[in-house]
Design a protein around this ligand. Structure first.
Ligand code: GLY
Length: 464
């Protein structure tokens, strides 16, 4: 019935135009702006403070040679005949520098030889027809300046003529010789500009590298969000410990975890939840969650809530029966002791490579024949840990020595495929002046703590 659909669309458009016209009255304009603000900033708590955004942009510009830097926001996923994209997630670097969740936008940063940098934002203009479906959106205007601290905000339709075409002209932007674009994460979004710049023989530098260096050391807003993401994930683990029982499907346990995430304000999972029991416990990134768990299984639960664009990453390995068998316990305690030795060594100046050496050495020396003739470190099949932040494996070079403000995960494991026995224990740590703080210290880790919590009755999902 194409006719009915067309009429429906026309009515939607008329209503949209009417509401747009009404929004011109001050009271309505204010409510549109308030709604747009809440969408534009972040669904978790509140807006990213402008002074924090300003500080981040100044720190980035200080790392750049004179030049022009371009950063593209994420785009809406295109769903057939559906203007809504519930999966939209802003590009990390764009969010880090602007706090905006607006798709289809550009941030342009000019770094002069001397003096302060110049910043421009290009945002798609508001679209009344779309707003009928999706509510008020941010467009070019003073509210964007209020949210970001960036004065110059233009329609995205002008970006092509004002920036892109001029990049190919040798005389344009003469005082800004270097062109910075993200060449790793986010590179796809600027591929056409890279091609244009190559043709114009402009030299290109990676914008991702200085951004990664900045993102490695968390500011107070980032730490607050990480702490919240970790607290939510700790709670999800605790509920999972109480809920797990023989006969339950992995997806039921995953549902408990992700229910806790959403009901505590997490926007999404930071990565696909890993709930792997028995033979799946040795598959490092198992994310199908389909198996029915048996009494003799271990189940690896590796999960992370994302809150305000920052994700946790915590793993525990539980006995489905509620009690570790002597064999499971022996392997578990070797992984636990390895993790404890590494955690003790986390302090400024160390590196992941040094910690990895300590972990493998400890595991090898203390294997006591648990893994056959050689040491159990042969069955430690992945890296010891990683940076944590906006991405679960956050950006930054793994050769970088630790400094206060970095956040890392420490996650040794042993995976014995012949026995369907995998154990991984993972915690999140903040590097401090004195050494470290275990941000996930509230989550039971020892055999006794875990068995005690597993003995408690599960809380009915849906009640808090
Ligand atoms: N915990 C998931 C990962 O590190 O990839």
């Amino acid at each position: 019935m194409p006719g009915r659909r067309v009429i429906y669309r026309i009515i939607s458009l008329i209503l949209a135009l009417l509401s747009f016209a009404l929004a011109a009255t001050p009271a309505l304009a204010q409510s549109v702006r308030a709604a747009a603000d809440s969408r534009a900033t972040d669904s978790a708590d509140n807006a990213m403070p402008v002074e924090v955004l300003t500080r981040r942009r100044a720190a980035l510009l200080a790392r750049l040679e004179p030049g022009i830097a371009l950063l593209r926001s994420a785009d809406h996923r295109s769903l057939h005949e559906h203007p809504q994209d519930s999966d939209f997630r802003q590009d990390n670097n764009f969010y880090y520098l602007t706090g905006l969740e607006t798709p289809g936008s550009w941030l342009v940063m000019f770094k002069p030889e001397r003096g302060p940098g110049k910043l421009l934002l290009y945002l798609p203009e508001r679209d009344p027809a779309k707003e009928v479906w999706m509510g008020p959106q941010l467009g070019p205007g003073s509210e964007v300046t209020e949210l970001t601290g960036i004065e110059a905000v233009h329609p995205a339709s002008e970006f092509e003529a004002e920036i892109v075409r001029r990049l190919a002209q040798p005389e344009a932007f003469r005082e800004y010789p270097q062109l910075y674009l993200p060449l790793g994460e986010g590179a796809e979004s600027t591929r056409e500009i890279v091609e244009l710049a190559v043709q114009a023989r402009r030299s290109i530098s990676d914008l991702g590298t200085p951004l990664a260096e900045l993102r490695l050391v968390k500011d107070s807003v980032e730490l607050a969000r990480l702490r919240r993401a970790i607290a939510i994930t700790v709670e999800a683990h605790r509920q999972a410990m109480k809920a797990v029982r023989p006969g339950m499907y992995e997806y039921e346990l995953e549902a408990v975890v992700e229910y806790v995430f959403r009901s505590h304000g997490a926007e999404r999972v930071g990565f696909p939840s890993i709930v792997g029991s028995g033979p799946n416990s040795v598959i490092l990134h198992y994310d199908r969650s389909r198996r029915r768990m048996e009494e003799s299984d271990l189940v690896v639960i590796d999960i992370g809530a994302e809150y305000g664009y920052y994700t946790a990453d915590l793993t525990r390995t539980l006995p489905v029966s509620g009690k570790y068998s002597p064999r499971q316990r022996a392997i578990y305690e070797l992984v636990l002791a390895t993790q404890a030795v590494v955690i003790d060594s986390v302090r400024p100046g160390t590196t992941f490579w040094e910690l990895e050496r300590i972990a493998r050495g400890h595991m090898r020396v203390h294997s006591k024949g648990l893994c056959g003739g050689g040491g159990c470190d042969r069955y430690f099949l992945h890296g010891l840990g990683h940076w944590l932040g906006m991405d679960v494996h956050d950006v930054g070079s793994y050769a970088t020595p630790f400094v206060p403000g970095m956040v890392v995960t420490i996650e040794p494991g042993i995976y014995l495929a012949d026995e369907s026995l995998g154990v991984r224990i993972e915690d999140d740590l903040l590097v401090t002046e004195e050494g470290h703080e275990v941000l996930s210290a509230d989550l039971p880790r020892s055999v006794a703590e875990i068995e005690a919590l597993m003995g408690q009755a599960a809380e009915p999902v849906g009640r808090r």
